[in-house]
Design a protein around this ligand. Structure first.
Ligand code: ATP
Ligand code: MG
Length: 322
């Protein structure tokens, strides 16, 4: 089945044709009721202790129904207004912690839609803090952060959670699938937590794209590490987020499987126009990105377009030995 870039009608009827493509009948994707009490989903099940714990683990029945709220739209033009809205934008973002720790120091960056950005840098350089501020998980001490044109700082906690559910996907190093749920139910989880109807055509295409169409009924423990990460990638994309943040997505995988996952991320950017921001320590992984930002001491100290693994390794090694 060909999957069109940005294709798919919302709520399209999959019809019987869905089972005529040789693969399993995926008509039930998004239709089956999952026995999923919100309270049965501790944040740690998804490993969301520092990324979206409130998004994924504490679904409140009062916030389960997503409705577009004008208050979550951009209130004032961001620095990027006047051109196509970037997926992510940081403008002079500073994050300090007690003890004079300057985790981010006036960072400004734009992640255009359909871009694969890698963030590199020595340990403690501010990569995770940057990701947390960009994803609306953490509040900057100063500066402005935008997701898909919405300034995060203008939203209250409920609206911020809704924005994350609607516009942000997360991929973790340790996959963080819910062990008791099938692959299919894991993939549908963010949509269910958000109380949103799945775009079944999109999810079906996604499942085929990540190569898990014949594994949907399996439990995570019955999959290889690479397959689990591919399920996690499908989960991150299920809600068609404006941006996917990946934190060391190949960190737990062997070299070959890691390459396959990177190829998949690349394919999602090239084929579906997805925006991906990936934190990595691996220059070879970062070399799959369109752009690499190198951080040191809370600042972006280098930006490389179409980076090579060699130049990134040299750059990061020099910073680590400074
Ligand atoms: N909650 C916090 N309280 C105090 N300091 C913090 C906190 N979170 C991060 N820091 C500090 O901010 C700086 C940047 O941390 P961050 O986690 O962003 O680094 P990183 O580049 O992701 O490192 P690594 O590669 O080791 O994951 C570090 O000096 C860190 O100790
Ligand atoms: Mg980190």
């Amino acid at each position: 089945m060909k999957f069109r870039r940005n294709g798919g009608r919302r709520g399209a009827d999959t019809g019987p044709a869905a089972s005529r493509n040789g693969g399993p009948d995926l008509r039930t994707v998004g239709l089956r009721t999952v026995d999923l009490p919100a309270t049965a989903l501790p944040a740690t099940d998804l490993g969301a202790t520092d990324l979206g714990a409130t998004d994924l683990g504490t679904a409140d029945p009062r916030t389960r129904t997503y409705t577009a709220d004008p208050r979550t739209r951009m209130r004032q033009p961001g620095p990027g207004s006047g051109r196509r809205t970037p997926a992510v934008e940081l403008a002079g973002v500073t994050k300090t912690y007690p003890g004079d720790v300057r985790a981010l120091d006036e960072v400004s960056l734009v992640v255009e839609r359909g871009t694969f950005l890698a963030v590199m840098g020595p340990s403690g350089s501010g990569k995770s803090t940057l990701m947390h501020c960009a994803a609306g998980l953490d509040s900057p001490t100063a500066g402005r952060a935008f997701i898909d044109g919405t300034e995060i700082g203008t939203l209250n906690e409920t609206r911020r959670t809704e924005l994350r559910r609607k516009s942000v996907g997360f991929i973790f190093q340790s996959y963080n699938l819910v062990p008791s749920l099938s692959v299919e139910d894991n993939i549908m989880l963010p949509l269910r937590l958000a109380g949103r109807s799945p775009d079944r055509e999109w999810v079906r295409g996604l499942v085929e794209r990540v190569g898990l169409a014949d594994r949907l009924t399996r439990r995570p423990a019955e999959l290889s590490g690479g397959q689990q990460q591919r399920a996690a990638i499908a989960r991150a994309l299920a809600a068609r987020p404006a941006v996917v943040f990946a934190d060391e997505p190949t960190g737990a995988l062997d070299l070959r499987t890691g390459r396959e996952v990177l190829a998949l991320l690349r394919d999602l950017v090239d084929g579906l126009g997805q925006t991906v921001v990936m934190v990595t320590h691996d220059p070879a992984a970062a070399a799959r990105a369109d752009l690499a930002k190198v951080m040191a001491d809370g600042r972006v100290v280098d930006t490389r377009v179409k980076p090579t693994a060699g130049e990134l390794a040299t750059c990061v090694t020099a910073l680590e030995t400074e």
